[in-house]
Design a binder for this molecule. Structure first.
Ligand code: ADP
Length: 289
């Protein structure tokens, strides 16, 4: 069976492990370079040409990823569709945007299999996407490596974590570091001020986790410092380490499980499906919504 794989949207740690595990079972494997972009442009090559076992447990994607907004346009989509139809199966690893692209290909006659590969953990009906565990680990690591310095000065700190519109990373990091407060939506500055003060008067330091895309955290800190009449609120952006960090053991194990299920679907000729992890992290296969 002629199988095509692509990684699309934001890259996520564990993608390389997934690719390696699929390749182990599926030797006639091809890839589209940088996701839907390569599918549109016909940049499709044998996977063996790029496979590098040394990258298996590293973050990133051996076959590259990209965002391809023009893929939604009918003329561009039809070019991708034509190239996709050369394959018996197309595996798409990406986030909720990529899932829409996978579904559209399926509705147009391509045997697609979608796998959630995104640090944001925002794919419907899925409790665990490839990349999430590592993104959380990096958030926790940054907080734990910053707070001692914040505490030394009796300051407070706002930490910005990724997640686009999803608060999953924000909430999980906050839980793991036992943060004082979460800003997952529009900030309530009075409440934030009180959180900082409550700690400050005891010579302690507030740790606050902020989801990205709400408001620049420097601005947030400036407003808070003005309200407090002191310059004690500092900021730290966790940033791209959440994508580039070494995958956790859990990540590698889940990526392998996803790959095994994909291979099982291919062998059983089950297509037009989303492979998901349920609340117990058990892998389940569901049809596109
Ligand atoms: P992610 O997959 O990580 O959520 P994006 O939201 O950027 O990242 O989506 C990745 C790509 O999926 C987009 O660049 C686009 O090519 C494709 N995509 C997104 N939304 C749609 C849609 N409604 N229909 C078809 N393709 C889409």
């Amino acid at each position: 069976m002629k199988v095509l794989v692509l990684t699309s949207g934001g890259d996520a740690p564990g993608m390389n492990k997934f690719l390696t595990e699929v390749y182990k079972k599926c030797k006639d494997l091809y890839f589209a370079y940088a996701g839907f972009t390569g599918l549109v442009n016909g940049e499709i090559y044998p996977f063996k040409d790029v496979f590098d076992a040394r990258l298996t447990n590293c973050a990133g994607s051996m076959i590259k990823s990209s965002r391809c907004p023009e893929f939604k346009q009918a003329r561009v989509f039809n070019k991708a569709l034509k190239n996709a139809k050369d394959f018996d199966v197309v595996i798409i690893l990406g986030g909720n945007g990529s899932e829409k692209g996978a579904k559209r290909l399926y509705e147009n006659g391509v045997n697609t299999i979608f796998v959630p590969g995104t640090i944001d953990n925002d794919v419907d009906d899925c409790s665990y996407s490839i990349g999430f565990s590592t993104a959380v680990k990096e958030g926790v690591y940054t907080v734990e490596n910053t707070m001692p310095s914040i505490v030394a000065f009796n300051n407070a700190c706002l930490f910005e974590v990724m997640g686009r519109e999803s608060a999953e990373i924000c909430k999980t990091v906050a839980k793991q570091v036992d943060a004082d407060y979460i800003v997952a939506d529009k900030p309530d500055y009075e409440e934030l001020k009180n959180v900082v003060l409550k700690r400050y008067i005891k010579n302690e330091s507030a740790c606050i986790i902020v989801r990205e895309n709400i408001c620049p955290i420097d601005e947030m800190a400036k407003k808070l410092n003005e309200l407090l009449g002191m310059d004690i609120v500092k900021t730290q952006i966790v940033g791209r380490t959440q994508r580039g960090g070494a995958p956790t053991a859990e990540e590698l194990s889940m990526a392998k499980k996803y790959a095994q299920e994909v291979c099982h679907c291919i062998n059983s000729k089950v297509f037009g499906v989303r492979i998901l992890a349920d609340k117990e992290y058990k892998i389940v296969t569901k049809e596109f919504k």
